[in-house]
Structure formats: C-alpha cells, structure tokens
Ligand binder design. Structure first.
Ligand code: AMP
Length: 281
C-alpha cells in the first residue's frame, strides 16, 4: 500500500493535489473517527483512485460557550484507521493556517440555513460553508462525501455548490447507527451511562412517526406530535426541536405533507445535543 501523506497547510495540500492524477474523493471530518466516518471513507476509496480525508475541528462553526475546547480528539488513532483504510492523504491543518491574522472572508448561504440548527446555533452554518469551501478549494475533489446524519448541513452544502458553480459532486451517505439505534456521533462519548441507555428513544420516536406516515397519516402536526409523545416519556432527554419540513428547502410544513419531507430533531441529554432525522416519502 502506498504511503499515506499527512498535510498540514493549504499549500502542502495543493502541492499533493497537483502531483496526483485520476479521480479524487474527499471526506471532511472533525476527527475522533467512528464507523459513520469510516463508511464515508470506504465509499470514497471504492469510487475514486485517491481519497483525501480532512480532520479539522473548525472554530468558526462553534458559537461561544459550545464545546469547541473540549471536542474529543485522538489524532494517533484516527491516522491509523485512515492508513488501514487505504486513504492517500490526510489534510490536517491548524486553525492558525486556516484563519491567519487578517482573515475576513465568509460564505453565507441564506434561507436554508435559517431554521433548525441555524436557529439553535447562530453563525454555525456560516462557519461550516466557509470551511467546506476552503477545504474543497485546497483538495479539489471530483466527489465529496457527507453523512445524512447532518441533514441540514448536507442541504446547505449542496446549495452552496450549486450557487457558487463548484465543480464537485456532493454524495450523501446513510446514517450509521449503534445496534440499539442511536446514530453514531463523536459527541456520544459525552453521555453518562444512564444518558447513553436512554438515548435510543430518539430513534424510536422518529420510527414511530415514520410508521404512522407509512400507514397513510399525512397531517404534519399529528406526525410531529407522535414523535414528541415518545420523546416526552423519557425524562433524561429535553427536546430542543422537532421539525417536519420540506425535504429540500427545510421550510416547516403545516397541513398535509404532499412531497418528500424531513423529520428531524435535537434532543439534549444534559449538555449534549443529539441530532437525528428520518426522511419521509
Ligand atoms: P463530523 O466529524 O461530525 O463533522 O462528521 C463528518 C462527516 O461524517 C459529516 O458528513 C457527517 O454527516 C458524517 N457523519 C457523522 N456521523 C455519522 C453517522 N453516524 N452516519 C453517517 N455519517 C456520519
């Protein structure tokens, strides 16, 4: 297996990119890798001659008071997993390289960033789109792989790629779950044993609503209420939002659900926000 390169600056990343020929697939991450990330990596290595994975805990997508400082990190383990997976290059820039003194340029995607995570985490998507554009510029992949777990992020990034004429295909990948249904997340390590045992209620709530949808229910309020009723039975979880929205625009639905829709939720266990969703129709 050829050596995996670890690249620490945008310039080093670009030099590597100019050296290789053939298709390049890209998987952006914040590290502390789990099977959800590795699924994206395997999809990329299967579809491209070269795969680049970035590990960058992006300060601009965290609001003050969020978990930027304590976000879990394990670079040694991450690099070993990526090496074994046959990744060609890991892009591991520092915050100082990404945002040097004088930095002042940001990408703002408008409507689709307003609800849900955008409402709960002001400035979050501005940080996400800015860093994703910077990463795409440095890596110049033909395809970039994103998880459906971060459903709004996926839609926001697709919108940016379309609006800014970026020459990159965004490939959505399914949510990877623990055996009990909890969506894998680097943040799951924050949970206490009790919280961890209770957290699969999120999946059960979404499946209950999806079951109702599949049996013919189309009333948006009743579908949201069904999921909420399941979540309400779990005292350790606090529902931050439950949303049934248009699958593309993420505008909240009222009345009858007529087209593809996204049912998504954030439930807080202590200080930990757990995000999950199912697509309907
Ligand atoms: P993160 O490191 O949390 O920023 O995630 C990096 C990428 O992995 C994003 O595209 C996420 O949507 C994706 N991802 C994270 N967790 C999962 C999961 N459980 N299943 C599928 N994709 C995931």
């Amino acid at each position: 297996m050829p050596r995996m390169e670890v690249l620490a600056t945008p310039a080093a990343m670009r030099r590597w990119r100019h050296r290789v020929s053939g298709s390049v697939g890209f998987v952006p991450t914040m590290g502390y890798l789990h099977e959800g990330h590795m699924q994206l990596v395997r999809r990329s290595t299967g579809e491209n001659l070269h795969t680049v994975v970035s590990i960058f805990v992006n300060p601009t997508q965290f609001a003050p008071g969020e978990d930027f400082e304590r976000y879990p990190r394990d670079e040694v383990r991450d690099l070993e997993l990526l090496r074994l997976a046959g990744v060609g290059a890991v892009y591991l820039p520092s915050a100082a390289e990404m945002y040097p003194p004088g930095y002042q340029t940001y990408v703002d995607v408008e409507k689709v960033t307003v609800p849900l995570e955008g409402a709960s985490r002001p400035g979050h998507f501005r940080g996400v789109t800015t860093v994703v554009l910077k990463l795409l510029n440095a890596v110049q992949p033909q395809k970039a792989y994103f998880g459906r777990k971060d459903a709004q992020q996926l839609r926001v990034v697709k919108r940016m790629v379309l609006d800014l004429d970026l020459d990159c295909e965004i490939v959505p990948c399914d949510i990877v779950r623990e055996p009990d249904g909890l969506a894998m997340s680097s943040r799951n390590v924050y949970l206490t044993l009790e919280q961890r045992a209770a957290a699969p209620v999120i999946r059960r709530a979404l499946l209950e609503a999806r079951g109702l949808y599949e049996s013919g229910e189309r009333d948006a309020d009743r579908l949201r209420a069904t999921a909420l009723a399941v979540l309400a039975r779990e005292p350790l979880g606090t529902v931050e939002y439950i949303s049934l929205a248009d699958d593309v625009t993420l505008e909240e639905l009222s009345g009858a659900v007529r087209g593809p829709a996204l049912l998504s939720t954030v439930v807080r266990f202590g200080a930990t926000r757990l995000l999950d969703n199912v697509e309907l129709g």
